[in-house]
Design a protein around this ligand. Structure first.
Ligand code: SF4
Length: 374
């Protein structure tokens, strides 16, 4: 994940380089349930509105949470499917909060209603991310459900009224890129705290729809607009957060933007980005799926590192006898092709690797989703 706002602040008001702190354990994105009331075209979990068998029971979830706490996992992002369909989502969330995790909810927003908003507010989620793929019918078409845009917006409004930090999660594709400026306008109009731009990755239904991946020039245009908006809003005192995901090459493209528009800051930004170190899949980001399988990130559902029903997460995560984990944890990663000779490998660390695996059947091959030109 590339925290654009953090680095944009460095363009406007640079701060000294400090020694990097290595997190003790990864952020865990946890798909508690695969069931969902929607069937989105790009869904990496290929969710639908049925119960999936053999999911972790609530007591297995609690058992794993204790292991995560002992392992010093700092953040749990509770996801799905639609996490609000989990019958015990609120007790699980409450317990996670009491155990000291930073707890975020990743939802499609349609099930946040007048009936449950007070409970949601009382739990005290530090952040709720709601997926929106465009305005009105564009979103409804992606989500394959009429009225889902209005329902998601209603959920966002309820969160905002309660003072809950809420963000839009937008997956950029060729078919919704034209709505991107309107999405930023929507964020401004509703004073939404955070915007997460996700690049389409090759997993689940996202894999089957990869012919729709935004063309590289469309991606570059959107990123330019994102950078300009983040810069202008920061200058105007609007403290909002922009992050991007699933393409750490964004950081390299950002450096090129800085070199072009703020060349006096380029060396500083480059040093800060190198310190960040790029992609963290398999290192500082982990995923547990609904069945208990552990993955290097959410787009590796076809590859299990082990299952928390059989082995604690803390053991699975440190086991580099698995060749994928060994490659992901290596510094620098033994990349191939264009990625091997990339002059900015220290910044982006070779990206999530899943696109390389899906296209070339080799997780260390060059990333076919890199849109940066040198
Ligand atoms: S992307 Fe999210 S909202 Fe859409 S079907 Fe998948 S889990 Fe449900």
């Amino acid at each position: 994940m590339f925290r654009l706002s953090q680095y944009m602040r460095e363009v406007i008001a640079p701060t000294p380089l400090k020694p990097t702190r290595k997190p003790a354990a990864p952020v865990v994105i946890w798909n508690l349930i695969r069931r969902c009331n929607l069937t989105c075209k790009h869904c990496y979990t290929t969710s639908t509105d049925i119960n999936f068998p053999n999911e972790l029971s609530t007591s297995e979830i609690y058992h794993t949470m204790k292991d995560l706490q002992d392992f010093k996992v700092p953040v749990l992002i509770l996801s799905g499917g639609e996490p609000l369909l989990h019958p015990d989502i609120f007790p699980i969330s409450e317990r996670a909060k009491k155990m000291g995790f930073y707890v975020a909810l990743s939802s499609n927003g349609t099930l946040i209603t007048e009936e449950n908003i007070q409970t949601i507010a009382d739990i005290g989620y530090q952040y709720i991310g709601v997926s929106l793929d465009g305005i009105g019918h564009v979103h409804d078409e992606f989500r394959q459900k009429q009225g889902s845009f209005a329902a998601s917006m209603h959920g966002i409004e309820l969160c905002l009224q309660q003072g809950i930090k809420v963000g839009i999660r937008y997956t950029l594709t060729q078919n919704n890129a034209k709505d991107f400026p309107s999405m930023l306008q929507l964020m401004d109009d509703h004073n939404i705290d955070k915007f997460y731009l996700s690049h389409l990755n090759y997993g689940g239904r996202g894999n089957r729809n990869r012919k729709d991946d935004a063309m590289f020039n469309i991606t570059r245009d959107c990123m330019d607009l994102l950078f300009e908006t983040a810069y202008d809003w920061l200058k105007a005192g609007k403290e909002r957060e922009f992050v991007t995901g699933n393409n750490d090459a964004d950081a390299v493209y950002f450096l090129q933007w800085v070199q072009k528009h703020h060349p006096h800051r380029a060396a500083h930004i480059k040093a800060k980005l190198e310190q960040w170190g790029g992609n963290a899949s398999g290192v500082n980001v982990a995923n547990i799926d609904n069945l208990g399988h552990v993955h290097p990130d959410t787009f590796w559902w076809h590859y299990s590192l082990g299952n928390v029903k059989q082995r604690p997460f803390s053991q699975i995560w440190q086991d580099i006898s698995d060749p994928l984990m060994a490659g992901l944890k290596q510094t620098p990663r033994p990349l191939k092709g264009r990625c091997e000779t990339c002059p900015e490998q220290k910044i982006w660390n070779g990206n999530t690797r899943v696109r390389a695996q899906q296209v070339f059947n080799d997780p260390l091959a060059e990333d076919p989703g890199c849109y940066v030109e040198f």
